[in-house]
Design a binder for this molecule. Structure first.
Ligand SMILES: [Zn+2]
Ligand SMILES: [Zn+2]
Length: 372
């Protein structure tokens, strides 16, 4: 004989209680002894499990029949063991708990838009300047082609018994119960009684999807491209979600960007800086660009080439400028002859200004020039 308490008395019912009465009794018991409201109370925990087990049996006509005829022993012979823990209980009676805690009943039914997806897309600095067409792959849930997303061989679906059509079950996580997607119907609220062999009844398959995207010229890091309908497939014939592609531009060793301006730091020699002239500088796309160095070009001098910078990716604004920032290289390792010439140059400067650099800085500088 079993020492277990009688299921009817656990729920405070008589043997002739109907299904509604059983459900109602269980709900009030479950609410009263719910672990969220009775933290660490072993007695409440026991009552809560007991009530769940009683409800499990009495709400099932077959089990109830066995129990009525043979008692606990009758159920044990069928392999019935009750519940191992809370998560069993929550996943079995998710619909009841979702009613308790204001689950969004009904909102899960009917076509729903698929999830939006987001990816980061790396482009090189040059690609961000010129624009590029890129391909990449993302893991994405699509509707199963074999069953056209119904998940069913015959195309027929039935309300899910595990979640009561809610599409979600409640599981205990830490201090509260959490809604999670129903494992039986994958959140759809209904399921296929004759599951499609391709997708196992979910109507959905996860696959690597290759996406091609046109990245417009001029994009900068943080620029977002919206690909409509490239997100996850909508369940039950719902619209596809969207895919957001966020651009990340890689660093370039020579070029940089300031707003829509393209910046190049370019070294020129001392003589060119002094005399000026036309020189060639590299362009970001691998060509060359003629640039005028002004006479007496100072270190840090900026030369602007209007309109040769980054385009506005949306096309509204004028393109930026190509700005060349000159740095003047001071020669090292001078030959004796070069030193002589520079001193001669200095002497002329002295004549021009009436101030000798040697007089100005004294003997030190002369020694430094000739004894190094
Ligand atoms: Zn379900
Ligand atoms: Zn399928």
């Amino acid at each position: 004989m079993s020492s277990k308490a009688d299921y009817y008395s656990i729920l405070g019912l008589t043997k002739d209680a109907d299904h509604e009465a059983i459900k109602k009794a269980y709900r009030s018991m479950a609410l009263k002894y719910h672990p969220d409201r009775n933290q660490g109370d072993a007695h409440a925990e026991e009552r809560f499990k007991e009530a769940a087990e009683a409800y499990e049996v009495l709400s099932d006509p077959e089990k109830r029949g066995l129990y009525d005829q043979y008692g606990h022993e009758g159920l044990r012979r069928t392999g019935f063991q009750g519940f191992q823990g809370f998560s069993d209980i929550f996943s079995s009676f998710g619909d009841i708990f979702s009613d308790f805690f204001g689950g969004s009943a009904g909102s899960r039914r009917g076509p729903k838009k698929g999830r939006d997806l987001g990816v980061e897309l790396n482009v090189s600095f040059v690609e961000s300047f010129s624009g590029v067409e890129k391909e990449f792959t993302i893991p994405r849930e699509d509707n199963c082609e074999t069953c056209s997303g119904t998940g069913s061989r015959s195309g027929r679906r039935q309300p899910c018994p595990q979640c009561g059509g809610q599409g979600q079950v409640f599981q205990r996580g830490g201090f509260f119960s959490m809604a999670t997607t129903c494992p039986n119907c994958h959140g759809q609220g209904d399921y296929a009684p004759d599951p499609c062999p391709e997708c196992g009844g979910s109507g959905r398959v996860r696959r690597q999807k290759t996406i091609s995207v046109k990245v417009p010229a001029g994009v900068n890091t943080g620029f977002r491209l919206l690909l409509r309908g490239q997100g996850e497939a909508g369940p039950k014939g719902g619209q596809n979600g969207d895919l957001y592609v966020e651009v990340v531009v890689r660093h370039h060793d020579s070029f940089s960007r300031e707003r829509n301006h393209l910046i190049l730091e370019h070294k020129i020699d001392m003589v060119t800086a002094a005399l000026g002239g036309e020189i060639e500088v590299p362009t970001v796309t691998g060509g060359v660009q003629a640039v005028k160095v002004p006479v007496g070009c100072q270190n840090g001098k900026l030369v602007r080439l209007p309109g040769l910078g980054f385009k506005d990716p949306s096309g509204y604004r004028q393109p930026g400028d190509f700005i060349v920032a000159f740095t003047v290289a001071i020669p090292k390792d001078l030959t004796e002859r070069q030193k002589e010439l520079l001193l001669e140059f200095a002497a002329i400067e002295e004549g021009k200004k009436g101030v000798s650099p040697f007089r100005k800085w004294g003997k030190k500088i002369k020694d430094a020039v000739f004894n190094s």
